[in-house]
Design a protein around this ligand. Structure first.
Ligand code: TXA
Ligand code: MG
Length: 314
């Protein structure tokens, strides 16, 4: 286990450390170290076209990474930071193109975890950090998850992540706020805050084609995962041998619980002695806004859905 001062020392020397946040654990390097940024991509086996999120410990520090900090994001950051929301803004020279994969924008987030905020404060620099898992695999939401996947990596133990799925990512294009990736901060929360500040800006779901979190398959466990919507399992399109020895999980009714447990269940149940995981979701949750982030992750993690074609209205 790595303590705060050891973590700061490693980061100052251009190393990488896994750190807790309220969403998922991140694999962090100082934005000032090109070597650290390259190590992050190597360790994750992440393609260089997938940009990293930069973590800050204040709005002031966020402003130091961009040449344009929009008023609407300032209002939202004041309301929801530290918290599970990332703002994509134009980058300035303090952010290298290795971090942003050549993009001229950068995703900024102030995570809600005292240990990581302390580390950023002691380092005097923001941290670039993707989720601390191999590319396309399930994000870690507990210290043990990271240790199991990367036994040699220094990891700061912050216990279990309270939110459990990755942040909501927002962009601003043509005076419209776009939700590039849904999360536990909801569209209606954003709209309500803007309205309270007399800002009339539309908010729409718009998966970013440049964000590989939006690849069709992502967040996947090793066993085939079947997302069962409703009570009936439609099996026609699924190979029969998969059903030899399934493990079931009923997705909790409370969205905060469902999100908090989702990735741990994927890891905990992902045992070779079983043939597949069947995660059962009540149909009404497909249209419930506070399940939108959870449903988004489930669809990307699933090898099969039942029914095969369904309409996802969130
Ligand atoms: O909650 C989170 O966001 C966690 C914790 C560690 O903060 N981080 C996380 O990072 O989920 P990562 O790298 O696993 O996912 C970040 C997503 C990626 O899909 C990436 O493509 C997208 O954010 N992204 C990063 N910078 C972007 C940009 N400038 N424009 C559009 N998408 C961007
Ligand atoms: Mg990730």
């Amino acid at each position: 286990m790595t303590n705060i001062d050891e973590a700061v020392k490693i980061l100052k020397e251009g190393g990488v450390v896994a750190l807790p946040t309220e969403t998922v654990y991140g694999l962090a390097g100082s934005i000032k170290s090109q070597a650290a940024i390259q190590k992050i991509f190597q360790i994750k086996e992440r393609p260089f076209f997938d940009p990293l999120i930069v973590h800050v410990n204040s709005i002031e520090q966020a402003k130091s990474c961009t040449h344009h900090w929009p008023k609407c994001f300032d209002i939202l950051a004041k309301e929801f930071w530290p918290g599970p929301v990332t703002f994509v803004v134009p980058k300035n020279d303090s952010i290298s193109e290795t971090i942003t994969s050549g993009l001229q924008t950068v995703g900024l987030r102030m995570p809600d975890h005292p240990l990581t905020l302390k580390i950023i404060q002691k380092l005097h620099a923001p941290l670039a950090a993707p989720s601390a898992n191999k590319f396309t695999k399930t994000s870690p939401t507990d210290y043990q998850h990271v240790k199991q996947e990367f036994p040699d990596l220094p990891v700061v133990n912050g216990g279990k992540c309270q939110v459990g799925i990755e942040s909501t990512i927002l962009g601003l294009e043509n005076n419209e706020i776009l939700i590039y990736r849904p999360g536990m901060l909801q569209k209606s929360d954003i709209e309500k805050t803007l309205k309270n500040h007399q800002l009339d800006i539309p908010v729409t779901y718009h998966e970013s084609p440049i964000a590989p979190g939006h690849l069709k398959h992502h967040y996947m466990p090793k066993l085939p995962l079947i997302l069962q919507i409703g009570n009936q399992l439609a099996k026609d399109h699924i190979p029969n041998n998969i059903f030899k020895n399934p493990l079931y999980w009923d997705i909790p009714d409370k969205p905060t619980m469902a999100a908090r447990q989702l990735y741990s269940k994927m890891r905990e149940l992902d045992k070779e002695s079983h043939s597949c995981l069947i995660f059962k979701l009540k149909e009404q949750y497909l249209v419930q806004e506070d399940f939108s982030g959870i449903v988004n992750r489930l669809i990307k993690a699933a090898s099969y859905t039942s029914p095969k074609n369904f309409s996802n209205k969130t």
